[in-house]
Ligand binder design. Structure first.
Ligand code: SF4
Length: 483
């Protein structure tokens, strides 16, 4: 039996599907949703009574109850080995309207493959489809104190001025052919080929199995070249190192230049004068180093939130005061702690001086702007804090410095690894999503476990903030040494 998600995984990468098919993975969504979306959609569509699909429903259950209901929620259908569920179906005489759910506010792209396979399985089962709707979350909706399901969704029957049904039914997808390819796929007979997904969100977990020879690649391998269309081509042509990159195959951006120069200079490139200028801008004390953690909510369960808004639940702060003494503060809240977060920030953050964060504009500064919109009474003070931020990622992303040990990786974690003995590998929580998942678990455990989770969260966020200090100190040291 195959689900649409299996087919998609195989289309994405055949090996990825093969390696992961026997693993019972627990799906942990990026978007938090504590509310029952099905119940909210029922309210939105004014459904009082309906057929409800349950786990392991036989495929003929829908047909045995087809005359009893007008609305059907998650009925299951099968065509051969292909199994699909439809979120919502509405009977209209002899035909049915289908409703799919888009878990976001702005529909950028239709999941045509899923809708198409679903519609085809239904047609092949003898169910006629009259129209197709897509329910998305209404980005303009603001929770005014109580969640209003009637305003939470938007119902769309078209996308980019075309009817969704026409887009779905304009082509057929040969899912039976694909399933037979999946069943006969022989991993031994297929050498691994690099694809877009190998390094999409960090390294694919099967990368070492697919490309074992790469473990031995040098730090300045041509394969570490960033934003490059041609690095794999150059590698195949025998250009193994950044220093030998073929200029006619480069995009020519500042970071590539820094990478190539670092490889030629024995491992490090510094564009000294602009880097001194950048560092001089943040000399004044106190200097603060701060990191935020937040969770993104699909359903705006708290007052003044819109769908997909975030709740900032933690920050860690280090600052060096006028006397050169370092201080450390943390805030970690639970539930709707947005107001406490802001007030702790006002209390702990020095009243003046530069504030450093990593990817500050797209993270910490954006979060403060959003908090100012949710709580207008804090807006002015939050804007004043925002104006003091400096983004520590900037020197690296602007090509002012590159160390080949970065191996094309521009994360704070990588820089901390390079410039210090500290390591995230020693922590129980080692990345941002793990921190979010741990925070979501608070309130579900006994007291001892809760304390351990809180302690782990503080340690992780504090290392991010301290890591900023370590990287900043490293930049200063490199500048002094390069005189
Ligand atoms: S490393 Fe690349 S080729 Fe290998 S399974 Fe992952 S995505 Fe597929």
């Amino acid at each position: 039996m195959y689900h649409i998600s299996d087919l998609k995984k195989f289309l994405r990468c055949e090996r990825l599907y093969f390696y992961s098919k026997d693993l019972a993975s627990v799906f942990r969504p990026y978007l938090r949703s504590d509310e029952n979306i099905i119940e909210l959609v029922k309210k939105f569509l004014h459904i009082d009574e309906c057929y409800e699909g349950v786990r392991n429903d036989p495929a003929d259950r829908f047909f045995s109850q087809i005359d009893q209901y007008e609305w059907f929620v998650y009925p299951r259908f099968m065509d051969g080995e292909m199994r699909v569920n439809v979120p919502f179906m509405h009977k209209k005489g002899e035909t049915f309207d289908l409703y799919f759910i888009y878990y976001g506010t702005l529909i950028r792209e239709l999941d045509l493959l899923s809708y198409r396979i679903t519609a085809q399985v239904l047609e092949n089962s003898g169910v006629k489809v009259s129209d197709i709707y897509l329910l998305s979350f209404n980005g303009d909706y603001i929770n005014e104190g109580q969640l209003d399901a009637e305003k939470l969704f938007a119902c769309n029957d078209s996308f980019k001025n075309k009817k969704i049904k026409d887009l779905v039914c304009s082509e057929q997808f040969d899912y039976k052919g694909l399933i037979s390819r999946m069943e006969s796929f022989d991993i031994e007979g297929q050498p691994a080929k690099k694809c877009h997904f190998c390094k999409l969100n960090g390294l694919c977990e099967y990368y070492d199995r697919c490309f074992p020879q790469e473990e031995a690649e040098a730090d300045d391998s041509i394969l570490t070249l960033v934003l490059s269309q041609n690095k794999n081509k150059m590698y195949k042509e025998g250009i193994l190192y950044l220093k030998d990159a073929d200029p006619s195959q480069l995009e020519g951006n500042k970071v590539q230049y820094a990478q190539i120069m670092a490889s030629r200079n024995g491992g490090l490139f510094i564009d000294r004068y602009p880097l001194i200028q950048w560092l001089n801008r943040i000399e004044k004390r106190p200097i603060s180093f701060i990191d935020f953690e937040w969770d993104r909510y699909l359903v705006p369960i708290y007052e003044r939130m819109r769908p997909m808004d975030v709740v900032c639940f933690e920050f860690a702060l280090y600052y060096i005061d006028e006397n050169g003494k370092m201080e450390h503060r943390t805030f970690l809240g639970t539930g709707d702690c947005r107001r406490e977060f802001v007030e702790a920030l006002f209390e702990y953050l020095p009243q003046e001086g530069p504030i450093l964060a990593y990817n500050a504009w797209g993270a910490e500064c954006l979060r403060l702007t959003e908090l100012g919109e949710m709580f207008p009474e804090y807006k002015e003070r939050l804007e004043a804090i925002n104006a003091r931020f400096y983004d520590l990622a900037e020197p690296f992303l602007e090509g002012l410095i590159y160390d080949v040990r970065m191996q094309g990786n521009f994360t704070l974690k990588k820089l901390v690894d390079i410039c210090s003995d500290y390591s995230y590998k020693d922590l129980d929580i080692y990345d941002g999503m793990e921190a979010v998942f741990s925070w979501r678990d608070i309130g579900k455990n006994d007291t001892q476990d809760e304390e351990r989770i809180m302690e782990n969260l503080r340690e992780y966020c504090s290392l991010d903030a301290y890591g900023l200090f370590l990287v900043y100190k490293w930049l200063i040291k490199l500048m002094i040494e390069s005189k």
